[in-house]
Design a protein. Structure first.
Length: 617
């Protein structure tokens, strides 16, 4: 061996033995193990931070979710507390009327009773009893007088009476404007009956300003703004609506449109930047969304409140002004963790300068692969460090292998069925468009929509995966190729792309086995029923799609007819319908005539047959 001289870190010479092959003795990693401690520290710190930040994120999520659910529940509770006494009062008045304690035949007693009722519910601005003739007697909260009115010439009242007199229980009406109170109100109407006869309708009105006052009086966390929406796009209650007056009275819906209201943040509730907040994703019964407004992120929390109509209650808050304890702790943890991790990485990088040249080669080669692709990857030279030299060799071999696998990946990524993939590989990645005679099998699940609603999204995905696995196995066993999954439907071809002179018989055997399988087993614990249509004819087969993502499929009237036959099963009460084109190619099956069908663009009807089984020899 000869000697190779190099410089040590202190400036003195290092004498390394050189092997006769010129490569020299490679340095084992143990000689530089001390440098590995830097990387070990970085990894350890990173893992600790990952666990710590994960825990902090979870804690923040729980705290915010609890706060959000509590605040929305408080808004709903206070609205109910304001309106529930109105409903209780309505039942009390209706019961008193039904017993005969009060009535229209003793107005003095009725007036005293109603003024007493108003005194007990200050949120009600007025009560009225409207007879079927539209003659009304009403009592006001402020005036404390009873007024007799004839509203028979008021179309709005007459139309309301026609509908209201048919109801059997109390109903909250949508907001409307009343000139009598000069206010927009919500109304609860209740039928008044005695001995099975309807005497009139009890109407109790609550000004919408009362609802806004309820929100103003709430003890919410600082920065939280409560609201109540009507039909999603109208503002029913808001702290800024306590003294709100519509610019034009008498409108059909006398509420400010959400898009026109002065609250700029609330306008974005239905057009958020994020319709799901990750740290609030587990909230129960409360929807959460977020929007960026003037460089601040606002979070909206809301739920439906159908007890009083098409209402939505909720709150929103600016994360820059509120929620600071939870958010700031999480942000500080994130920044502190990143800073510590950065320092660890810098220390590791500084310690790794002794290996800069071979490591840089590998890094530059990896970057080249990432930015310019495998074809531009350079060959990495060897190293004196044994492990790095092995890594360089492995990298070079890896690039060669990946280039070969890339062709396969690009090819198989474009075509799914195995036989299509085999054809592509044998043809160098290309598959020409061809017209062929083929048998088409179209299969669909019966009642799939109802089944989806019954089992839910997770259940239907499990069911479909088990069902498709079973069906595809049967089809491929009989030389069928599944070219498309269309929701719950399967489109399979026989004789395309792989030749099969018994394609018609194999399609029928597949259909029988598929029906037998769904009748004998459960998928995700559910019974499935299917309908199948089979037709033979000329098809055009090839790849369609974009240049980077193609799908192999078949086109032609033969395909359309197979799909039509599948649908005709429902009308004919059959399970497997076969066209005359296919029936003419087989003789070993039990086929029963099932009628005819006319194909669009053709004048000769197509005979239909029901496939019952394999004929006895």
């Amino acid at each position: 061996m000869s000697e190779l001289r190099a410089s040590a870190a202190d400036g003195g010479p290092i004498v390394l033995p050189v092997r006769a092959d010129g490569r020299g003795r490679r340095i084992p990693v143990s000689a530089i193990v001390t440098l590995g401690f830097g990387a070990l520290v970085a990894v350890a710190v990173g893992l600790v931070l990952l666990v710590g930040i994960g825990g902090a994120t979870k804690n923040t999520s729980v705290l915010l979710q609890d706060k959000g659910e509590t605040v929305v529940a408080q808004v709903e509770r206070d609205i109910r507390a304001r309106l529930s006494p109105v409903m209780s009062q309505a039942q009390a008045i209706a019961s008193a009327f039904s017993r005969g304690d009060i009535g229209l035949d003793d107005l003095q007693r009725l007036d005293a009773y109603m003024f007493g009722a108003l005194a007990g519910t200050p949120q009600i601005s007025g009560i009225a009893i409207v007879q079927p003739s539209a003659v009304a007697r009403r009592w006001g909260q402020r005036e404390h007088i009873a007024v007799q009115d004839d509203w028979s010439d008021n179309p709005g009242v007459v139309n309301w009476l026609k509908e209201a007199l048919l109801q059997t229980e109390s109903t909250w009406r949508p907001p409307f404007w009343t000139d009598a109170l000069n206010s927009a109100v919500v109304m609860l109407d209740t039928p008044l009956t005695r001995n099975g006869q309807v005497y009139g309708m009890l109407a109790q009105v609550v000004p919408i300003a009362e609802l806004s006052q309820t929100l103003t009086d709430m003890d919410l966390p600082v920065g939280f703004t409560p609201f109540v929406l009507h039909q999603r796009d109208r503002l029913l209650a808001h702290p800024d609506m306590v003294t709100w007056v519509p610019p034009v009275t008498g409108a059909e819906v006398p509420l400010p449109a959400l898009a026109e209201f002065s609250d700029a943040a609330l306008k974005r509730i239905w057009t958020p930047d994020e319709d799901s907040i990750f740290i609030l994703r587990d909230m129960q019964g409360v929807a959460a969304a977020g929007a960026e407004i003037d460089d601040d992120f606002h979070i909206y929390l809301h739920r439906e409140l159908s007890s009083f109509g098409d209402w939505t209650v909720g709150v929103y808050f600016n994360t820059a002004l509120t929620g600071s304890d939870e958010y700031n702790r999480l942000v500080r943890s994130l920044w502190t963790g990143l800073a510590v991790l950065l320092v660890s990485v810098l220390i590791t990088a500084q310690a790794g300068r002794a290996l800069s040249h071979p490591v840089q080669q590998l890094a530059e080669a990896a970057v080249t692969v990432q930015s310019a692709g495998l074809d531009a990857a350079p060959r990495v030279a060897g190293s004196r460090v044994r492990e790095l030299d092995d890594a360089a060799r492995a990298f070079n071999q890896m690039v060669i292998g990946l280039r070969e696998r890339e062709l396969i990946r690009r090819t198989l990524g474009r075509f799914v069925p195995e036989k299509i993939a085999q054809s592509l590989l044998s043809a160098g990645g290309e598959l020409a468009v061809a017209r062929s005679q083929a048998t088409i099998l179209f299969c669909d699940v019966e009642g799939f929509t109802a089944l989806t609603e019954e089992v839910g999204p997770n259940g239907i995905m499990t069911l479909l995966n088990e069902y498709f696995e079973d069906m595809v196995s049967i089809l491929e066993r009989h030389n069928g190729v599944v070219t498309q999954f269309q929701g719950d439907a399967i489109l399979a071809t026989f004789n395309v792309p792989a030749p099969d002179y018994r394609h018609a018989a194999n399609a029928l055997r597949s259909a029988l086995e598929m029906q037998g399988s769904v009748q004998s087993r459960l998928y995700a614990g559910r019974r499935v029923s299917i309908r199948i249509g089979i037709n033979t004819g000329s098809v055009v087969a090839g790849a369609v799609g974009a240049s980077g993502r193609l799908s192999y499929t078949v086109h032609g009237d033969a395909v359309n007819l197979a799909a039509r036959l599948e649908s005709l099963n429902k009308e004919l009460g059959t399970r497997i319908l076969v066209s005359g084109h296919t029936a003419a190619l087989v003789d070993e099956f039990e086929l029963l005539a099932a009628g005819e069908t006319v194909v669009r663009g053709q004048t000769t009807p197509i005979a239909l047959y029901e496939l019952k089984g394999i004929a006895e020899s």
